[in-house]
Design a protein around this ligand. Structure first.
Ligand code: ADP
Ligand code: NI
Length: 215
């Protein structure tokens, strides 16, 4: 099967898997990450096919959509084997997906350029104008307030306690989003992150001025 057909069926697979999602892993997030990954891959001279395919599949194994991460990875593995993609490509893509998460402090860092690019694209989609929108959408879905000056940002929390404890949408910027710029792997993603980060900075400044009735 040629690469264009594989990409087409990956799109269908991702669309179906993410159709009913309200946890911030919707199909259009996946679509944006794939578009960004392609663009970064062109700039960085990486394998565009691997980047796009890994991006399209990157959230299918997410723990929020599966009973366990292992079960999710199995689903992706089965799908890849059905496409008759070279074994080395399958392993490469599975390794990328496994290493994607920011939360897993113990995870090994991304080894390949393609992995670094897909991770950058996913992190870029969490910041800037899109990142702001996703944060409020996610918070609304979880019943978190926009902001509450009596609730301080959570720091140094484990992944588990982080998930359990309630916070606010604005706190999420300090807990995670403003830290993402420093975690970009590739020069081109760093450039894009700079603009998106500055936009969030301006947004937060305006938010607090308005909160205090000063603007
Ligand atoms: P990913 O798996 O892509 O890193 P997450 O599951 O961490 O994404 O989050 C999905 C979206 O929801 C992101 O835009 C993220 O910033 C937002 N989000 C995640 N956790 C929170 C939270 N506690 N409060 C507000 N937004 C959140
Ligand atoms: Ni994602």
């Amino acid at each position: 099967m040629d690469n264009i057909k594989i990409i087409e069926s990956a799109r269908e697979f991702a669309k179906q898997t993410h159709a009913l999602d309200s946890s911030g892993h919707d199909w259009w997030h996946v679509w944006r990450v794939a578009e960004l990954a392609k663009r970064i891959a062109e700039q960085e001279g990486a394998d565009i096919f691997i980047c796009e395919l890994a991006a399209l599949l990157h959230d299918i194994a997410d723990e929020k959509l599966n009973k366990s991460e292992a079960e999710g990875l199995e689903k992706v593995n089965d799908w890849l084997e059905n496409q008759k993609i070279a074994k080395e490509h399958i392993e490469h893509i599975l390794t990328i997906i496994q290493s994607m998460s920011f939360k897993g402090g113990g995870r090994p860092p991304m080894k390949t350029l393609e992995g670094k690019i897909v991770q950058d694209a996913d992190r870029l989609d969490a910041i800037g104008a899109i990142g702001i929108a996703r944060t409020f959408a996610y918070s609304g879905a979880k019943g978190q307030p926009i902001y509450n000056p009596e609730i301080l940002p959570r720091e140094h929390l484990t992944h588990e306690s982080y998930r359990k404890e309630q916070s606010t949408a604005i706190n999420h910027f300090y807990e995670k989003l403003l830290k993402l710029k420093a975690s970009m792997n590739t020069p081109f993603a760093r450039e894009l992150a700079e603009r998106r980060h500055n936009l969030m900075d301006s947004y937060l400044k305006a938010f607090f001025l308005e909160w205090q009735g000063k603007a």
